[in-house]
Design a protein around this ligand. Sequence first.
Ligand code: DMJ
Length: 597
Amino acid sequence: MTTPALLPLSGRRIPPLNLGPPSFPHHRATLRLSEKFILLLILSAFITLCFGAFFFLPDSSKHKRFDLGLEDVLIPHVDANKGAKNPGAFLIHGPDEHRHREEEEHLRNKIRADHEKALEEAKEKLKKSREEIRAEIQTEKNKMMKHAWDNYRIYGWGHNELRPIAKKGHSTNIFGSSQMGATIVDALDTLYIMGLHDEFRDGQKWIEDNLDFSVNSEVSVFEVNIRFIGGLLAAYYLSGEEIFKIKAVQLAEKLLPAFNTPTGIPWAMVNLKSGVGRNWGWASAGSSILAEFGTLHMEFVHLSYLTGDPVYYKKVMHIRKLLQKMERPNGLYPNYLNPRTGRWGQYHTSVGGLGDSFYEYLLKAWLMSDKTDHEARKMYDDAIEAIEKHLIKKSRGGLTFIGEWKNGHLEKKMGHLACFAGGMFALGADGSRDKAGHYLELGAEIARTCHESYDRTALKLGPESFKFDGAVEAVAVRQAEKYYILRPEVIETYWYLWRFTHDPRYRQWGWEATLAIEKYCRVSGGFSGVKDVYSSTPAHDDVQQSFFLAETLKYLYLLFSGDDLLPLDHWVFNTEAHPLPVLHLANTTLSGNPAVR
Ligand code: DMJ
């Protein structure tokens, strides 16, 4: 296969942070905003020191006051036996006077020495090259990622996830029964973006040597698509390493049998070896889930683009056409669709779990097509209009929330997952039917509500789900909804809002979340979720989710980086935060172009 014209390939070498294809704006030669900020900090530290010196070094007016005999009153003398509270301790008695002056002299010398040392350090810092300063900033910014990755590397290598307290591997049924290194694949692009190139190469080596999809293992089609195919494609586009594309295509071939249903709506799960598919036992009337079969488009379009094989594109377009033909109660898409009968299951609509990324992918299909996929944009606009009409409300206290629609009734409950919608509304504002300002505002309101859900807890971390019920606002009520599992959605929304508004509150809120994660989720073996965000002494759940490395830490990093890092007019993030480039498909037909890219 030839190399896609889109890519800046450089053989086996991982190129520096030149993240875009040749037509993309290159990394600026000048210092980024954050670096300028650090330089400014150093400079202001220097100035502060000078002021400090001015105020703290011996000053003659004080000596004059001593001469006037006021020193007894002005300088408290702490008697080790009696303590400063003893009124007598303020008096300096004759025999102590000499010792007191010696102590003062000693203190002055110390301040002077400290001052000179700090001054030297500041001077040294200013002597450093731009590259050295940049490297130091990088180290500070990716410390959390290093901690998460290094511990996974030590205790969970090759397993899907990590138990950071038990210090061993972990997995759930979404990844099947095999060790597929989900954390490695999910984390690759974050490592690359953060400049952790040794770690990236380490991950790449594991993938080359170990990642094998011919295993008798039943996996979630959706999860494997967003984390593995999305992760591999992003790693390929960023690094240009062919191995990632090869693995992504191998895996996609293994997922194709899931589409062998009477309607072409895929099963939720498929056995990678036998190709046998089935749905989750808990899903209404044997249905497939909207957010699962509706979150394949981005990756599958890229697969057809990269391989020249239309099969992937056709599968996802078939799903879209089928959905377009279906009647929608109140204009809303229910979360459940039976892949045998093609009928809706329970009439439950949500922008949180079960529905969320379906809406996200309609918008992103349009963005990814360089805004030419008008069909996707219209489906998004229509869906959001119905959602706004039926699901979005304001609480008594003035918080905008997205409820869940169940059989004609609005449940005033919002999931942490639904918090991603703040970012989605902001991202979709441009291109909306004359309502750009409205959607940006709506995105900001959702961000505020989700921030409140964090702020109203003991840990300053958000619960899995929160209610709006009478006096209860943005607070979890049931014990089973009080956990935080290192999810990214709120930070994701802060980042999009920051990119579009540059309102400092989003960095402030992101910083609050960072401190809370550091304080309550960091353990010696990595990062863990917590079971109750309202308890000031929370128990850990002992799971370091792969999406923490793929999404949460990446969004935080981007929130504190310049806008020229992965600009949004060139990159579209899949629902697991894996960046895929905008496709300029002017003369390309994905549905059957034999050209191999
Ligand atoms: C991620 O795997 C993806 O963001 C998905 O769309 C739903 N949420 C989880 C993390 O919370």
